[in-house]
Design a protein around this ligand. Structure first.
Ligand SMILES: Nc1ncnc2c1ncn2[C@@H]1O[C@H](COP(=O)(O)OP(=O)(O)OP(=O)(O)O)[C@@H](O)[C@H]1O
Length: 692
């Protein structure tokens, strides 16, 4: 059915979720006829009885509710200019506090169809109407504002070409100044979750923005760098690749893209640093971080750190070296694969520090990693954000106020990008020691930069090679280390198997396998990418259909999430203390909101936060870092070709504590083992070296 355009008047809002999803009874009409009791469903701005609107609707027959009109777009006509005097009076009476039937008729009689304009732009004139006192005026203006602000902003954003849900998210991001903000720079829309350059550009074109407008091409440059940061973890792009990005997003030839890059640098939208193109904040971060690392390497630790002979008892020589290095160095790095004794060593460090009477803080990038660190060392550990006192206006501790501990231990450091590492190091008091622990062979962090790689090259580092945990018996640990040396796993063990499948039936095969292995609560599925027949989206659809079939649920991106589903948080939410990569189970669906149990932390998420959720039956390998499950089904197939690398395969393997089932193709594992991941563009290491 093709959408038809109708004019309508709202009768009754039967239901409205914060996301904007609405069920509305209305009278609608167009040249083909009218329907006095129509049911409209879909994303709509806040509506009140009597509101007039234009809408695009598609007539549908719903299994349960019969005929109804699905709204593809709905625009309010709030100016009331085509309302009759009675309509204006009725509107005032219904919606504005402090105005009864008599007074609303008098006001409508006085100003007619310009009444709304008077209330909005020159309310004092209402005092000319007999019976309107200062108190009445105050009531009218304040009730008008709060109710109409959102409607006006949403309607203004819709008139820019945004859908209702995009308008809601833009208003959440920019606040009520969103229309002005977007009128000045429509491309700042790309900052809003789920809105990319192409959407902003479509709207800008709709407003007549010329293809070669410098603002448009500067925005294309910024977007190219943002995408490089988000999807590639790059801190900058070489000039040539930035130009290609402008050509790609801007759709302009090379010479125009070159000129646009000059303009973007001129406007300060991007920064050029010896042929490297950065977003300004990223360049500042990289420079500041290099300064702090150099400072840690060049200054002496404060407190006395003597290592008595028995302190190293039970430690290997390598593990004992960590204790020695801490006596003369403020910054020490401990790296090694799974089961090599990193936590075991950390515990010994904490034991010694306490014997020396030193104050120690333990932290890690995510809640799960912090909990694990606490368990393995028998001490309290927190997230880095909590240690730095993260709150609504950012970190409490930092350049302005230092953390006063003698030693800070950070685990799972491979998950820290440049920005978080900067926040952490800038909160250290002079003389404080810091021990960074992680597995440098893992995939780099989701955020841009890879400070651990730089630190292992410049700071005193101990690399633990010997595998203790069930080394010889655990085929997975052996396979992980083999992959790092370029060999594909042999998959010749009951706990390390490979099932070859064709891409088009693979997702179904994976779902059946998860059922055989004990279901989603025991088995985690991993895949390198989101798209494609064996990507996370397709796997999640198949797994949801198998383990949580049914209709309905809350629409989040390309998923319908409902009670009982396994979900994963995709962005750090410090208010609810739910971090990127944390898995949860949906307990209940309440009016467009979801109540989710994230490993004991039960939170209720409403529309804007729901954008940070996805189904979690299957995760990308990237997002699985810092977690571990008894059984993992790792999907690696030729169709993932350009993502295959030995770090990816290694990270996937090391997520399994006991059993790893590979699904896909043996060739994919051979390709992965033979290839290192794409290097990230970061200049941090060079900047640190320049300062040493
Ligand atoms: N020097 C050692 N002597 C004896 N056992 C050790 C030694 N070092 C570690 N272990 C044992 O090896 C196992 C793995 O140690 P640990 O958990 O510290 O490894 P890890 O590197 O932290 O692993 P992961 O990266 O998975 O956290 C533990 O059971 C630990 O007790």
């Amino acid at each position: 059915m093709t959408p038809v355009t109708v004019k309508g008047e709202a009768r009754k809002v039967r239901y409205r979720a914060e996301s904007g999803f609405t069920i509305l009874s209305a009278q609608i009409e167009n040249s083909d006829g009218r329907d006095d009791d129509a049911t409209l469903v879909g994303m709509m701005p806040p509506l009140e009885p009597g509101d007039r609107f234009d809408a695009e609707v598609v007539l549908e027959e719903h299994a349960e509710y019969g005929y109804q009109y699905r709204v593809t777009n709905l625009m309010l006509r709030v100016d009331g200019s085509d309302m009759t005097e009675e309509g204006v009076a009725a509107y005032l009476e219904a919606r504005v506090a402090g105005v009864g039937p008599k007074l609303s008729k008098r006001i409508a009689g006085f100003f007619g169809t310009r009444t709304f304009e008077v209330i909005e732009s020159d309310p004092e004139r209402l005092l000319q109407v007999p019976g309107v006192t200062q108190a009445t005026l105050h009531k009218i203006v304040s009730s008008w504002d709060e109710r109409h602000l959102e409607r006006r902003v949403i309607t203004a954003l819709q008139s820019l070409g945004l859908s209702v849900s995009q308008a809601q998210r833009a208003m959440k991001h920019f606040g009520s100044s969103a229309p002005e903000q977007l009128k000045n720079d429509i491309y700042s829309l790309t900052e809003v979750e789920g809105i990319g350059f192409l959407t902003a550009d479509r709207i800008a074109q709709g407003q007549g923005m010329p293809l070669n407008d410098p603002r448009r091409l500067a925005a294309a440059a910024v977007y190219a760098l943002q995408q490089a940061q988000i999807s590639g973890g790059h801190s900058y792009l070489p000039r040539t690749r930035t130009v290609k990005g402008i050509m790609h997003y801007g759709g302009v030839p090379a010479e125009q893209a070159e000129a646009a890059l000059e303009d973007a640098a001129l406007f300060g939208r991007v920064r050029e640093d010896e042929g490297r193109i950065y977003l300004p904040p990223t360049l500042r971060t990289e420079k500041k971080l290099s300064g702090l690392i150099a400072d840690l390497l060049l200054t002496e630790p404060d407190e006395e750190w003597r290592v008595p002979a028995n302190a190293a008892r039970g430690l290997s020589d390598d593990q004992a070296r960590v204790l020695e290095l801490l006596s003369d160095h403020r910054l020490v790095v401990l790296t090694g694969g799974p089961g090599t004794g990193k936590s075991y060593t950390t515990r010994a460090v904490c034991d010694l520090a306490e014997k020396l009477g030193l104050e120690v803080a333990l932290c890690a990038p995510t809640g799960k990693a912090a909990r694990r660190l606490g368990e393995l060392t028998g001490r309290t550990a927190s997230t880095i954000h909590r240690l730095l006192g993260y709150g609504p206006d950012g970190f409490r501790f930092g350049p302005g106020e230092a953390l006063y501990f003698d030693l800070i231990v950070v685990d799972e450091v491979s998950m820290c990008g440049d920005a978080l590492m900067l926040s952490l190091l800038s909160a250290l008091a002079p003389g404080t020691r810091i021990l960074l622990v992680g597995d440098a062979d893992q995939l780099p962090p989701v955020d841009y930069g890879m400070p651990l790689e730089t630190l292992t090259a410049v700071a005193p580092t101990v690399r633990l090679g010997r595998v203790y945990r069930q080394a010889e018996t655990s085929p997975i640990v052996r396979a992980a280390h083999a992959v790092l040396h370029g060999e594909a796993p042999d998959f010749a063990h009951p706990d390390l198997r490979l099932v070859e499948v064709e891409a088009d039936v693979g997702a179904r095969r994976v779902a059946l396998m998860v059922r055989e292995l004990g279901g989603p609560q025991r088995v985690q599925v991993l895949s390198p990418m989101r798209k494609g027949p064996l990507g996370v989206s397709a796997l999640n659809e198949a797994l949801q259909r198998t383990f949580n079939p049914g209709e309905g649920g809350v629409r989040v991106g390309d998923y319908l999430i409902r009670t009982g589903d396994v979900v994963v948080q995709t962005k750090n939410d410090y208010q609810n203390e739910v971090f990127n990569g944390t898995l949860g189970t949906v307990l209940e669906e309440r009016g467009g909101k979801l109540v989710i149990d994230f490993e004991g932390n039960v939170v209720e998420l409403g529309p804007p936060e729901l954008w940070n959720l996805q189904l979690g039956y299957a995760l990308t390998v990237h997002r699985s870092q810092g977690s571990e499950w008894p059984v993992v089904v790792g999907v690696l197939h030729d169709t993932h070709y350009n993502m295959l690398s030995r770090e990816l395969a290694y990270t996937a393997l090391t997520r399994a504590a006991r059993t790893f089932i590979g699904v896909g193709s043996r060739r994919a594992w051979e390709v992965a083992a033979s290839r290192r991941r794409e290097l990230r563009y970061s200049h941090l290491l060079e900047r640190v070296r320049e300062r040493l």
